[in-house]
Design a protein around this ligand. Structure first.
Ligand code: PLP
Length: 264
């Protein structure tokens, strides 16, 4: 006789599943996710999608983790842990996307995708088949996409302006976008939240004097952790930005390039 499945016990902390690249400087990627989640009171389950060679200035090489290994890791976590949210950062190749989409469809929890396409130092981080799979397969399963303005232009190159690019991605099925302006010129940093059937919401933050490595990962993970705790989208976006601004104001130099946010 087959025994009935054992229900997951209620975890003492909400679990956020993080799928990201490993950055040996600790500024971006999976370490940023883990630290940002912990600072919101959330536990990060960490699945590495790619290993990288990089320093605090730029990324030199990205090596994808085998999609079959990721599928095995996800199956083990899914059987053991109650997953309250998913945060996706750098992806290694298009084969990983099918594995991740299948999991999202089974779990039905909030999903934040930070579309890491290019490093702050200028290196290209994704191939065009990966970008196509991201747009066609992953985007419709995403609750919140967090591109910076340059990533948005790359995802929708034909759009006349950022608002129409954002609307185009909403039409393709993603529920919300937070477009960040930290890398754009201007005296302050302007971020914009776009949602279907709603007016865009504008946030303005003082521009800090330094440049940062891992700011985007930090913000996306903080918001994902807050969504995993059950916060409504507007509050998670507002508080995630506020907390990230503080982490950036306290950023530390770990090498000779950009500073990394102090997340604890
Ligand atoms: N490496 C990894 C693993 C990342 O996830 C990212 C960005 O998300 C980067 C490097 C680049 O970070 P940044 O653009 O802040 O330098």
């Amino acid at each position: 006789m087959r025994s009935s499945p054992v229900p997951h016990p209620t975890p003492s902390r909400a679990n956020l599943l993080c799928l990201s690249g490993h950055d040996p400087t600790g500024g971006a990627g999976i370490q940023a996710d883990q630290e940002a989640a912990a600072a919101q009171g959330v536990h990060a389950l960490t699945v590495v999608t790619a290993l990288t060679v990089q320093d605090s200035r730029n990324v030199h090489r990205v090596v994808a983790v085998d999609a079959a290994l990721i599928a095995e890791q996800l199956a083990a976590l899914e059987a053991d842990c109650r997953i309250a949210g998913i945060k996706i950062g750098l992806l290694g190749d298009a084969a990983q996307i099918a594995v991740i989409v299948a999991l999202i469809q089974r779990l039905k929890v909030p999903v934040v995708l930070d579309p890491v396409l290019r490093a702050g130092g200028g290196s290209d981080l994704v191939s065009s088949p990966l970008q196509v799979a991201l747009l066609e397969q992953l985007l419709p399963a995403v609750t919140l996409l967090t591109p910076n303005a340059a990533e948005l232009r790359r995802l929708v190159p034909e759009a006349a302006d950022p608002a129409s690019a954002a609307r185009e991605l909403l039409d393709r099925g993603c529920a919300n976008l937070l477009v960040t302006g930290g890398d754009e010129p201007g005296e302050s940093v302007v971020n914009r939240w776009f949602a279907r059937d709603a007016q865009a919401v504008r946030y303005e933050w003082p521009r800090l004097p330094e440049t940062f490595h891992g700011a985007g990962c930090t913000l996306a993970s903080a918001i994902a952790a807050r969504l995993a705790l059950g916060e409504p989208m507007a509050l998670a976006i507002e508080q995630g930005q506020r907390w990230t601004q503080t982490a950036l104001a306290r950023a530390v130099a770990v090498g000779q390039g950009r500073r990394i946010p102090l997340r604890r």
